[in-house]
Design a protein around this ligand. Structure first.
Ligand SMILES: [Zn+2]
Length: 259
């Protein structure tokens, strides 16, 4: 199975990254996508992907990491253009970008940055990794207005059936992670029960978003099988079918398989 969203570059993994990846392989977690969060993280992502062929990466600026100074924002977008133009073979997406309306950063600046990500992603024919919080309507409006055609994933999806199907119709898959393991996430779990088999990806968002029962611990891609088991239970099918679909859906969206 594949972890489609894991911040394995964060320093909290510095002490045991290699052994962690070994444990993942033994547990059947054979591929991991690390999203970009800020310009200074990108060279490290490329270096990690060079060291470990089971890692894919994305180039992007997380809404939380958008610079306050306009000149710094322009610089970060120029750096992104340059990073994407290197065409590193491990880069499979642009992100994580998106809209977070629970933070102080102005919404119009977030929308400008998302639009810039979309322009660069379209130029490289790459799908998007989208972060959302209190922002489904604005995201859907932008994707629709821009006639977005390169697909992507709605990372850590939580929302209604209507929002879910709107994203599917726009060519997106829904990232299913820790949230779906909590019984209190009733609305999202009801959505997962009805999702088509090709409508989602598995993810941990490690080191954040602990699965139910592991609150307070560092989250890890090792726990992806626990999420897969919950998705199988909600979808009412064998675990095997879920782990297979997690791979098929991933390759359908992110295309290339690295050798
Ligand atoms: Zn993330």
């Amino acid at each position: 199975m594949i972890d489609s969203h894991c911040h394995l570059d964060f320093t909290v993994f510095d002490d045991d990254r290699a052994s962690l990846l070994n444990r993942c392989a033994q547990l059947g977690v054979q591929r991991i996508l690390i999203p970009g969060t800020q310009p200074k993280s990108w060279p490290a992502l490329m270096a990690l992907a060079d060291d470990y062929p089971q890692l894919d990466i994305a180039i992007g600026i997380h809404p939380w990491m958008i610079a306050d100074a306009p000149a710094e924002r322009d610089e970060s977008l120029e750096a992104m253009q340059l990073a994407l133009s290197q065409s590193h073979e491990a880069v499979v997406a642009v992100g994580e970008t998106g809209l977070d309306f629970s933070i102080a950063q102005a919404t119009d600046i977030q929308q400008q940055m998302l639009l810039a990500h979309m322009t660069l992603a379209a130029a490289h024919k790459l799908p998007l990794i989208l972060h959302h919080r209190k922002s489904h309507n604005a995201l859907i409006q932008m994707l629709t207005q821009q006639k977005w055609q390169w697909g992507g994933v709605i990372h850590a999806f939580s929302g209604s059936w209507h929002e879910a199907t709107t994203y599917l119709d726009l060519g997106f898959k829904l990232g299913l992670g820790g949230t779906v393991t909590y019984p209190r996430a009733h609305k999202t779990r009801e959505v997962v029960k009805r999702l088509p088999l090709d409508g989602w990806l598995l993810e941990t968002d490690a080191p954040d978003m602990p699965v139910c029962g592991r609150q307070g611990q560092r989250n890890s891609p090792e726990y992806l099988p626990e999420i897969a088991a919950v998705v199988a239970e909600l979808q009412g099918c064998e675990l095997e079918k879920i782990t297979q679909a997690s791979e098929q859906n991933y390759y359908q969206l992110f295309g290339k398989i690295r050798s």
